[in-house]
Design a protein around this ligand. Structure first.
Ligand SMILES: NC(=O)c1ccc[n+]([C@@H]2O[C@H](COP(=O)([O-])OP(=O)(O)OC[C@H]3O[C@@H](n4cnc5c(N)ncnc54)[C@H](O)[C@@H]3O)[C@@H](O)[C@H]2O)c1
Length: 248
């Protein structure tokens, strides 16, 4: 699945799943712009890529704000060229019983997890339209397949991202640009480790009795970003160790 000659932007690429995706896309030959609020994290990802012989740049970008996205993209254009692969991965989580969710927290969740992908996609789409080729992969969540207690704000934001992905997939279908989703289900990352869940104990309730790795998640993203996936759009590849069989 060669991505040589492609330029990818991975949002939230400074940690966990985003780092795994950036490293994998670079291994497949793409040049990667690693966007994150956390500059050290983004640079750490770039260091890994460069150590493997790949090419990447680290950028501090708040992926939920218009001006930093524009600035970030201007630098990508100047140093790497037009973007043909976008992984909308940056996200935040939260664990709050419904009655305790504040309006501010609700708004922040929607801004980072839903408005962010909208803003980044709208900024980058002209590159893909000009090339008549593009791959957009949105990292949703297995929680939208099941619901999750204490996460109404988070699940609503990721459910919105699913609706966004399906609508955009149809709108862009004739233009050589695909839009697909990967909902992670229990992938060991800093976000999962910081959650109130006991990761190893909970894993015992799952069919494979272990959490997934970022490399396993990134493999699905790499497929959806590849030429091979050209006839796949509006779809979901669930990377969750065999949970939620039968749900969409
Ligand atoms: N780990 C899992 O099992 C799991 C499950 C379901 C969904 N997800 C989703 O996968 C994605 C990655 O999660 P992760 O587990 O790797 O988390 P993580 O916390 O390890 O990484 C998230 C990264 O996103 C960055 N980020 C957050 N807000 C940002 C913003 N506004 N602009 C730029 N960067 C920003 C953070 O700085 C961080 O580096 C998230 O969207 C998350 O909701 C993860």
């Amino acid at each position: 699945m060669s991505l040589v000659g492609k330029v990818a932007v991975v949002t939230g690429g400074g940690s966990g799943i985003g780092r795994g995706c950036a490293v994998r896309l670079a291994k497949d030959g793409a040049t990667v712009a690693v966007w994150d609020l956390n500059g050290e994290g983004a640079q750490g990802t770039v260091d890994l890529i460069v150590a493997n012989g790949g090419k990447a740049i680290a950028q501090v970008v708040d992926c939920a704000k218009t001006a930093p996205i524009k600035e970030g993209l201007d630098r990508v254009h100047a140093e790497l060229g037009p973007v043909s692969i976008l992984v909308n991965n940056a996200g935040m989580t939260g664990f709050d019983l419904f009655q305790t969710i504040t309006e501010d927290h609700w708004d922040r969740m929607m801004t980072v997890n839903l408005k962010g992908p909208f803003l980044v996609t709208q900024a980058i789409l002209p590159d893909m339209r000009a090339a008549k080729w593009g791959r957009i992969v949105n990292i949703t969540s297995s929680s939208i397949q099941t619901g999750a207690p204490g996460m109404a704000h988070y699940v609503a934001s990721k459910g919105g991202l699913m609706g966004f992905s399906k609508a955009l997939a149809i709108e862009l279908a004739e233009e050589g640009i695909t839009v697909n989703m990967v909902p992670p289900g229990f992938i060991r990352t800093p976000m999962l480790e910081a959650s109130p869940v006991d990761v190893d104990a909970y894993a015992q309730t799952m069919p494979m009795k272990r959490p997934g790795t970022v490399e396993e998640l990134a493999a699905a993203v790499a497929y959806l970003a590849s030429e091979d996936a050209g006839y796949v759009t509006g779809q979901t590849i669930s990377v969750n160790g065999g949970r939620y069989l039968g749900s969409a």
